[in-house]
Each structure stands twice: as C-alpha cells, then as structure tokens.
Design a protein around this ligand. Structure first.
Ligand code: ATP
Length: 198
C-alpha cells in the first residue's frame, strides 16, 4: 500500500486537504482520531490507565477524563513517560491496521506530528500543508476561539516551519483560498496515483 503522510502545523489546513482527497475516494487515517480511539472504554490502554490512577482518571460516564490526565502528566515527566509507553505503541499499531484495511489506490495518514513522532516511517511520501504563521494563527483562533497566546504556545512546541519544509517531499501552499489549495492537490493526487501504480 502506498501511504502518503500529510502534515502541517495547527490550523494549516490538514483537514481541508485530507477532506478533499477523501472526496476523491482516498482512504484517510487521522492520527489524532486514532489517539482518541485507543483510549475509548473497553480498550486495553484505558484499562491500564485506570489500573494506575483509579477512578480519578475517569469521567462519570466511564470515559477518560482527558483534562485530568493532561494535568497529571504535565506536572510529572515520569508519568508522561509511562503514559506514552502505554499509548504510543497502540496508536502506531492501530494506524498500521487501519492503513492495511484501506481499499483505495493509495491511503493518507494525517498527523500534526508526523515527523516529530516518527509516524513518517509508516509512509512512502510526505506532503506538508504550508502556511505563513500569521495566517495560521488567524485561522486557528477564529476556528476554535482559542486565544492567540495558546496557539503561539502550540506552534512553538511543534517542529519549525523551516524544518518541516526541509523534510517534506511535497509542499502545498495554503495561504490563499481553498480553490488554490485544491488546484495543487489535483496535481499531487495525479502524481500519487502514478506512484501508487508503479
Ligand atoms: P488542526 O491541526 O488544528 O486540526 P488543520 O491543519 O486540520 O488544523 P483545518 O482545520 O483544515 O486545519 O483549517 C483550519 C481553519 O482554517 C478551518 O476553520 C478551515 O476551514 C480554515 N481554512 C483552511 N484552509 C483555508 C483556506 N485556504 N482559506 C480560508 N480558510 C481556510
């Protein structure tokens, strides 16, 4: 299976780009979605978390209390390490399983931390959705009503735009309107279909 890794910073347009490729029949696996699936009730990762922290880690309906857990690992690096040892291998395996089930000509793995997490190793080629920081901040703040400081902190924690540009095989510029993005994706899609067939 030819897998395209699609990445970009917060608010860069990853979802806009992957939705467009999905509309062409391409199967999309989203690493953020998988990360939530593996801690759903009944999943072994959630059982491990409740074994370690007890009911404190759960909301009244039995689902994971993400805010509580975020606070817990924020304060204690060793706990963060333990949590990642429980979740990262399961996320990776679930991504592999979902990609293997993809039935389209090629598949897309969307991940904001494609390079940082090593998930790019599951892909044959990488595409960066690239946008200037001021546009990224404007779009991310208007979408989430996140305050600008919060968005800036997230950007600072992600790999720099320069480093991502150097690592990616392909770059789509998303600083203009969606039609401009789709035009570039049409060409790239054509290339990926050819690569997948080769
Ligand atoms: P995140 O990593 O935060 O999930 P993302 O990279 O998936 O973000 P999107 O959700 O696709 O980014 O885009 C961020 C916001 O910007 C959305 O509200 C989206 O509708 C808007 N947007 C994306 N591309 C464009 C564009 N070319 N023109 C105008 N608005 C856009």
């Amino acid at each position: 299976m030819f897998v395209l890794g699609l990445t970009g910073g917060i608010g860069s347009g990853k979802t806009a780009a992957s939705d467009y490729l999905a509309s062409k029949g391409i199967c999309v696996v989203d690493a953020d979605v998988v990360a939530r699936q593996i801690v759903e009730p009944g999943q072994p990762a959630l059982a491990a978390i409740t074994q370690r922290y007890g009911a404190d880690a759960l909301l009244a309906d039995g689902s994971l209390d993400r805010a509580w857990l975020r606070q817990k690992v924020f304060a204690e690096p060793a706990e963060r390490q333990w949590l990642e040892s429980q979740t990262h291998p399961r996320i990776r395996q679930a991504i592999i399983d979902q990609l293997q089930n993809a039935s389209s000509e090629y598949a897309v793995l969307v991940s904001p931390l494609l390079f940082e997490s090593g998930q790019y190793q599951l892909t044959q080629r990488t595409l960066l959705i690239d946008v200037a920081e001021d546009i990224q901040i404007a779009r991310a703040t208007s979408r989430d009503q996140n305050d600008e400081q919060q968005i800036r902190r997230i950007i600072a924690a992600q790999m720099s735009r320069t480093d991502k540009r150097a690592k990616a095989d392909d770059i789509a510029d998303n600083s203009e309107d969606l039609a401009h993005l789709y035009q570039q994706l049409d060409q790239l899609h054509h290339t990926y279909l050819q690569l997948a067939q080769a």
